[in-house]
Design a protein around this ligand. Sequence first.
Ligand SMILES: O=C(O)C(=O)C[C@]1(C(=O)O)C=C[C@@H](O)C=C1
Length: 102
Amino acid sequence: MNATTAPASSTCVPSDAPGAAEANAVIAGARERIDALDAEIIALIRRRMAVSDEVKQARLAVGGPRLALAREMEILATYRDGLGGDGTTIAMTVLELCRGKL
Ligand SMILES: O=C(O)C(=O)C[C@]1(C(=O)O)C=C[C@@H](O)C=C1
C-alpha cells in the first residue's frame, strides 16, 4: 500500500467529515515528503558522524584529546542561531551521536 491509499484512520482524519478525502490526500502527500526529508536528515547525520570520526582519529593519532569543548560551544551556537533555543537540544544530540556521551 502506498501513502495515498493509506486508510483514513492512519491520518487521524474523521472519515465522515466533509472534505475528509481531500484532507487525507494532503496529509498523505505531505507525509511522503516528510519521510523523504527524514531519510535525508538521517543520511546527513550518518555522514556527519563519519567526518567527526575522521577529526577524532587525526587528533588521537598525535596524542590529542578525544574532545574539543570550545568547538562544541561554536556548534551549539550555530544550531541555536539557526533554530532557536531548541536547536541547542538538537546540537547536543547530534554531538552525542558523533562523539559519544560525555
Ligand atoms: O571539531 C572537532 O574537533 C571534532 O572532534 C568534531 C566534534 C563534532 O562532532 O562536531 C566532535 C567532538 C568534539 O568535542 C568537537 C566537535
